[in-house]
Ligand binder design. Sequence first.
Ligand code: ADP
Length: 433
Amino acid sequence: MNQNWHGTLIRHMLLLVTACLVMGLISGYYGWSMAVGLGLYLAWTLKQLLRMHVWLREQKPDEPPPDGYGLWGDVFDSIYHLQRRDQRVRGRLQAVIDRVQESTAALRDAVIMLDSEGNLEWWNRAAETLLGLKTPQDSGQPVTNLVRHPRFKEYFEQNNYLEPLEIPSPINDRLRVQLLITRYGNNEHLMLVRDVTRIHQLEQMRKDFVANVSHELRTPLTVICGYLETLLDNAEDVNPRWVRALQQMQQQGDRMQTLLNDLLLLAKLEATDYPSDNQPVVVSSMLQSIKNDAQALSAQHNHLITLEIDSQARLKGSEPELRSAFSNLIFNAVKYTPAEGKVHIRWWEDEYGAHMSVKDSGPGIEVKHLPRLTERFYRVDSSRASNTGGTGLGLAIAKHVLLRHRGTLDIVSAVGKGSTFTCHFSPAQVINP
Ligand code: ADP
């Protein structure tokens, strides 16, 4: 193309000079002929430039450039080819965008793009049915204005999106949606929303089943345990051969009762997201009384139980729930630490909130068990655990209670070096006297 241009240019110049020389020969004024020829050429060039300028300025979409001759014809042709190539690339890109939009529109899961501030930028059709977003009115609105559930606001603002969040849909209470946020690009957010109503219903059925069975078993068990107690109270009337059997039956009956109570407590904790009684709980005196109970539990095992209170902060929440969570952790430390061992309880506060830790000098737990420890009925060593009379639900209860109090449970342990269970509560949950 470059050579073409050069050739054309040289041809034009030669033609011009020849025409000027011929004019000069006829008129006898070489200088003037040359000046007039060059002036005319300059005027023609300026006219072409002007045509191009007008075309560029007023260019209507996809209108081809004007026709031209010679060098300017080449320039206009080149622009025209560039324009065609650009149109083809744009067409291909548009086709890709159309396909992506078509496929995301067909998705049953909602896809929502939010800017770094959390304002809505783009969403697919499922977002309208699951969350009730309206096109185009809601564009640019903060997502927390449209999904108004308090847990969503908290979840969105905490900036930690490792776990998904499950809430009722803002447009239909019977619909349950699961939200998962990921960050991309320049701190923008991509939010995926799934309809999990069916899974939620199944989960609910499981919870109801466990709660109902536990509840139904309680009455017959109370009767059996009552009769066993009466029989053992009158052991002299009972054939001595049966006394040992009756004692074992009573022991197992008591275990079953604790198990049912724990199952019912878990069912109650799962029924709502937050405790209904949000009273300031004086943690220091609660820990003192749990420490006394732990000392009684230790009895002849003679553990050295110490309590360090570094804060008078109170916690917003339910007293019985927090007591049950802390007792489970502290009693576990006593149960699993051999006689004469040490248990240290600490309550303190810092810029991250308030914390309660229980450190023991017990056998410790292998790292591979730690992630599963708070699962129901998960036991590190079932023979050891059944000796302690545990139900296998203690840590599950503790975790649930903490979840309801915006807290987290942190477990650090190494075999032979003891374990430390720490409950962390966010500053929003702490009340200072
Ligand atoms: P359990 O009723 O069996 O104590 P938990 O849910 O309270 O059930 O605890 C689960 C398991 O975690 C226990 O069976 C035990 O193996 C282990 N565990 C809990 N606390 C401690 C601790 N302080 N030291 C060692 N192991 C522990």
